[in-house]
Design a protein. Sequence first.
Lengths: 137, 137, 137, 137
Amino acid sequence: MLVGRRSWKIEWGDCDPAGIVHFPRYLFFFDSCTVSLFEQAGLPKRQMLRDYNMAGCPVVDLRVRFLIPSQYGDEVVIESAIREWRRSSFEVQHRLLRGEALAVEGVETRVWTVRDPVDTERLKGAPIPEDVRARFV
Amino acid sequence: MLVGRRSWKIEWGDCDPAGIVHFPRYLFFFDSCTVSLFEQAGLPKRQMLRDYNMAGCPVVDLRVRFLIPSQYGDEVVIESAIREWRRSSFEVQHRLLRGEALAVEGVETRVWTVRDPVDTERLKGAPIPEDVRARFV
Amino acid sequence: MLVGRRSWKIEWGDCDPAGIVHFPRYLFFFDSCTVSLFEQAGLPKRQMLRDYNMAGCPVVDLRVRFLIPSQYGDEVVIESAIREWRRSSFEVQHRLLRGEALAVEGVETRVWTVRDPVDTERLKGAPIPEDVRARFV
Amino acid sequence: MLVGRRSWKIEWGDCDPAGIVHFPRYLFFFDSCTVSLFEQAGLPKRQMLRDYNMAGCPVVDLRVRFLIPSQYGDEVVIESAIREWRRSSFEVQHRLLRGEALAVEGVETRVWTVRDPVDTERLKGAPIPEDVRARFV
């Protein structure tokens, strides 16, 4: 299973007046990590939009546990992997680590979404192409 | 039960290249709505930090369902309420509505966190004061 | 001269560990105020994109003076107006007020940008339509 | 003269519906680069807050020129340097490069701000310590 790994240096502007990361920022980083994971699989987002008539993979469900807060200056690592494939959706798991410790864990459910060939403004879920899945094994 | 209600006009900068709200922005708004809900209960955050030796109410668990995307220019309403109180934590439910339709639903579990009276850098969960709870009935 | 006016309640998440608004957030709000000013002139952004073959009005130059910091909970007002029109660019002035006091002042220079009718991926500056300007008098 | 250099991969969520970086995001990155420049000089922000009775270096003036837009997936480099020191303020110049081309240039004027020793809530500009300046030569 392909596992992405990105390091993230926590910026002053990521943190709130309590001095810890403002939690919506974690989701920004998880989203970026999902995009990176596809890039690592040879599927940059722009190329997918073009080659698969795809409109994106919007998140339809999100579950996050925040275990340890982080502060400006901390260096963390986010490990990301697709832990389940369904017909037209998939689950991405992100594990944010401070050293060995799990600090935040998130799971996004995303839907493979394509443009209707006739009415290109209409979007709908569609089966995930087999060759896309094959790249994550 | 006290229910907060805020309207939100979706800005150009809230949206991503797919033209829809970038999902971490919803969490920014949910966080703001929680703060507003406490204000509406007569508990502005700055006053709570001062009066209760409190350090904040960090989110420890988050579940969100994204049902309908929104775009620049949309006007939505977010209804927020505390749907469950536990000893030192509580659950805030946010319902983002487009007209009558539920577009996003989120539940935050937050912990009432205070500063250790001796070592003020040390934070820990603590029982929610009775007079705080009483304001949300 | 048309003057836009929006109030902004400063959120917890707009502020940094020093407890004041993280300055890039002001620019987010100025951008939103420019969009609103056009809406107030009867020109919502989506309609302009459609009716004028327009791709946007990117900022090419920005000058901001930060005079008084603001904190979570402050309620401020932003007054916005186009103070100069040139052939294909214009200057938007934003004045962020705390009560009577000017707290932040910004000027954006923006370029009216259209899509090349043949190669729609190519963007270029173009003369501002006369009927657009006329709406701001 | 000490020159900081950070690379930045432009994320999907940094971009707006026009597909280009939403300009306030550049300011977020410039702010992060200023913090990094001080770190590189041996002055992490947390240490400065502690050792110099310092409250921060708020931006009081900002000028930015946006020359070339960037998109999701672009890899850019930001070079940062303090190009002028005054008694209690200094100017940080940021040059965002796409390959060899200058894409965005920004200059921040920042004020060295300390806490009043008696009333620690009161902040005021103060002369920049000589040993701070000396680290940037």
